[in-house]
Ligand binder design. Structure first.
Ligand code: NAG
Ligand code: NAG
Ligand code: NAG
Ligand code: NAG
Ligand code: NAG
Ligand code: NAG
Ligand code: NAG
Ligand code: NAG
Ligand code: NAG
Length: 633
């Protein structure tokens, strides 16, 4: 009869098992430590069994069979129970109602495990049900945390407390939720398989800032001192939200630099440093330092740090500037040009910061100073003055470098003012000085006699000397017959000078100056070199004279003593001469062997680059030149 009554609510599932040995209890049940738990239980036994002297039951822990001596949790026949259950257990159900519901008070973690019921109907009718209820004794509430918490996505966290102790009803509260944005709490009561659970679900949207923060769930039983807490640390996954790198910086070439990158993301990103498109370094970490040793200008540029953690990707760049002194500029090769041509001289270099480029000619600034990589010096319609040493100077705050080239200007010859004929004791002496590049060749032409003199012959003593771009030639017309009786301009001497670019012939002026005087033209700044040259020349002549005293040519030498020396100084336009008593001339005096001879010394100083336009005789009087003539005997 009992069997049938029970069958009705349990429907057909257990029809085959009806009125057999059967028990119904929750498969799993839990309790907080120090609280209590009620394991609801009903059982069945075969209809044919007539219980003998009432219905009894035993609860075992861990094992269902008495042969294995499991700890006795409860026994209805006696009070004898295992030590750990003494005073804790009570059968709430009425066994005659087939209700085996058990209460365990003050549970501890040692009570976690399987609980088996054994029906004792008297005599041999004893049966251990194989089904059991597994008790979990918790010292903390459970919190359901999703496997992955992603920033900006809705999150539900549920805290559970078992509610299987009728006298004590738990309360659940969430801790440390003050900083959460709009948290929502939803308490719920769940009953499942004869065991009950109270829950409270916290809903909010986590942000990256919540990563690593603590949240707690607290379970309390009102009117008791029992408190249970569980803390969790939020692991909020978020895409890189900042990639920090150094601000753009400057380094000197050859030095070392460390570029630092830090990525804020969870989990740590694959962090990498790129130079342009090229990946230089990577790691899985929150920070990464890129060390560059012995930095070269080629390493100047944009460096990008990229953080990628699967939830997102982000990058930040910096510019690394590599400073270095200017490189040796590249300039044109030295060159030789003809006057009148135009040139563009190029100078280019590299440096950081960009160097300024300056062109200097013979040490003086020409053109403009540019801050470009390339400076072009335009030389238009080049004149002989353009001849010189050109230097391109590159400078920045870290240093300077320069390169140079020489420009040689070739030009047709020009007669210099000093060219003239002078009446001397034994005739007429003519000097012709011309400058040109290549150096001019000078000849004298006597139109009256229709002869050209370019070398010494029996009648004419011809002397020539070239120094750089200046040629000096001199003849002495020693035959008195070639002079007019009245000192008139009977002597016509043309000076003809030429080089590859031109030829000119000019009638030399005859100066009616004092007889027997020789012009000595000395440059003020002629200097030691000139004097040394003169001394050397004088000594050479003196030596020759001594040596040739006995030679057959003695007459010629004696008859033709005129010597002419010239020294050229480039950068002086003015012709100036030292006065005779100048100590520079002391060495001249002692040349004893030449006492009877007439010696001429000349040191010329003039502007090599003198233009043809101002080369005429007219210019001479204005330039303040003075002349002193020295006569030696
Ligand atoms: C068994 O007994 C308990 C305690 O008295 C009671 O709460 C429960 O309702 C009973 N179960 C059944 C099925 O009657
Ligand atoms: C706690 O105790 C107070 C007084 O003893 C009682 O009024 C209250 O209902 C109790 N609360 C609970 C949840 O048992
Ligand atoms: C970049 O920053 C890191 C850390 O602040 C620092 O150690 C390093 O020197 C910096 N590098 C440069 C080039 O400024
Ligand atoms: C850089 O990352 C390492 C591990 O990847 C970590 O130990 C260190 O603290 C980090 N440094 C900084 C400044 O974040
Ligand atoms: C850096 O990010 C920007 C967009 O934020 C993207 O266009 C660029 O390609 C990225 N650069 C690298 C090197 O990843
Ligand atoms: C100097 O060099 C540059 C480039 O190398 C060239 O263009 C220019 O014509 C050169 N100038 C001369 C006068 O040769
Ligand atoms: C230019 O000429 C000077 C002297 O004539 C010489 O010392 C120098 O080496 C030359 N420079 C170049 C670049 O040819
Ligand atoms: C000058 O002499 C040359 C030969 O040396 C001759 O050919 C020329 O006709 C002469 N000129 C005059 C004007 O006599
Ligand atoms: C002088 O001129 C003649 C004829 O032009 C030439 O043959 C000779 O070589 C010249 N002498 C010198 C030293 O230049």
């Amino acid at each position: 009869m009992w069997c049938l009554e029970l069958l009705i609510p349990l429907l057909l599932i257990i029809r085959d098992a009806s009125c057999q040995w059967n028990v119904w209890l929750p498969r799993d049940i839990s309790a907080m430590t120090n609280s209590c738990v009620v394991i609801p239980c009903t059982f069945m036994y075969p209809a044919g069994i007539r219980p003998y002297r009432g219905i009894h039951g035993i609860w075992y822990f861990a094992q269902p069979y008495p042969q294995l001596f499991p700890p006795v949790v409860f026994k209805s026949r006696t009070d004898v129970v295992h030590e750990s259950y003494k005073g804790r257990t009570k059968l709430l159900g009425d066994l005659h109602q087939r209700n085996c519901t058990l209460l365990i008070n003050n549970v501890g973690s040692e009570h976690s495990g399987r609980y088996y019921f054994r029906a004792d109907l008297g005599g041999a009718n004893m049966y251990s049900y194989p089904d059991f209820s597994e008790l979990k004794v918790l010292d903390q509430p459970n919190i359901d945390v999703p496997e992955e918490i992603v920033s900006d996505e809705n999150l539900e966290l549920t805290c559970y407390a078992p509610d299987n102790c009728p006298d004590m009803t738990p309360e659940i509260e969430w801790l440390y939720t003050d900083y959460l944005p709009d948290p929502v709490f939803s308490p719920e009561y769940l009953e499942e398989g004869n065991s009950a659970v109270l829950s409270n679900t916290l809903t909010f949207t986590p942000r990256p800032m919540h990563n690593g923060q603590l949240l707690g769930c607290r379970v309390t039983y009102p009117n008791t001192t029992l408190v249970y807490e569980r803390l969790i640390s939020l692991d909020v996954k978020y895409a890189p939200r900042s990639v920090w790198v150094n601000v753009s910086s400057e380094v000197m070439e050859g030095s070392s630099v460390a570029l630092h990158c830090e990525v804020d993301s969870n989990p740590a990103p694959r962090i990498s440093w790129l130079f342009g498109d090229k990946e230089l370094l990577w790691d899985t970490a929150s920070n990464l330092s890129l060390s560059l040793e012995d930095v070269t200008p080629a390493e100047e540029g944009i460096y990008t740090c990229v953080g990628d953690n699967g939830y997102g990707i982000m990058n930040t760049s910096l510019y690394l500037a590599v400073k270095y002194p200017p490189r040796e500029p590249v300039v044109n090769e030295s060159m030789t040009v003809v006057e009148g041509t135009s040139l563009s001289l190029h100078c280019s270099t590299q440096g950081s910061p960009a160097p300024t480029l300056t062109w200097l000619k013979d040490g003086e600034l020409v053109g403009t100073i540019t801050a470009d990589e390339l400076s072009v010096l335009e030389l238009k319609d080049i004149s002989p003055q353009a001849d010189g040493h050109y230097r391109c100077l590159a400078e920045n705050e870290h240093g300077r470098a320069s390169s140079s080239l020489n420009i040689t200007v070739e030009y047709s010859p020009v007669l210099l003012d000093e060219s003239k004929c002078t009446v001397v004791r034994e005739g007429v002496q003519c000097v012709c000085i011309a400058t040109g590049n290549p150096e001019p060749i000078i000849e004298f032409y006597l139109p009256d006699l229709n002869i050209t003199i370019n070398e010494t012959d029996n009648r004419y003593n011809y002397y020539t000397h070239t120094d750089g771009q200046t040629s000096t030639a001199m003849i002495k017309l020693r035959e008195k017959g070639e002079r007019s009786e009245n000192n008139g301009p009977a002597v016509n001497v043309h000076c003809s000078f030429s080089n590859a670019y031109g030829r000119e012939s000019i009638l030399l002026e005859l100066q009616q100056e004092k007889k027997y005087l020789m012009a000595v033209i000395v440059g003020t700044i002629g200097g030691v070199a000139v004097i040394a040259f003169i001394i050397a020349a004088v000594r050479y002549v003196g030596h020759n004279n001594k040596k040739e005293n006995d030679s057959p040519r003695q007459d010629v030498i004696l008859e033709n003593p005129a010597l002419y020396y010239s020294a050229v100084k480039k950068d002086k336009h003015n012709l100036r001469k030292k006065v005779g008593e100048d100590s520079d001339f002391q060495p001249v005096g002692p040349v004893g062997a030449m006492e009877r001879q007439e010696l001429n010394y000349a040191s010329l100083e003039f502007d090599r680059g003198r233009s043809r336009g101002e080369g005429g005789a007219s210019g001479r009087g204005d330039d303040g030149s003075t002349y002193t003539e020295i006569r030696t005997k």
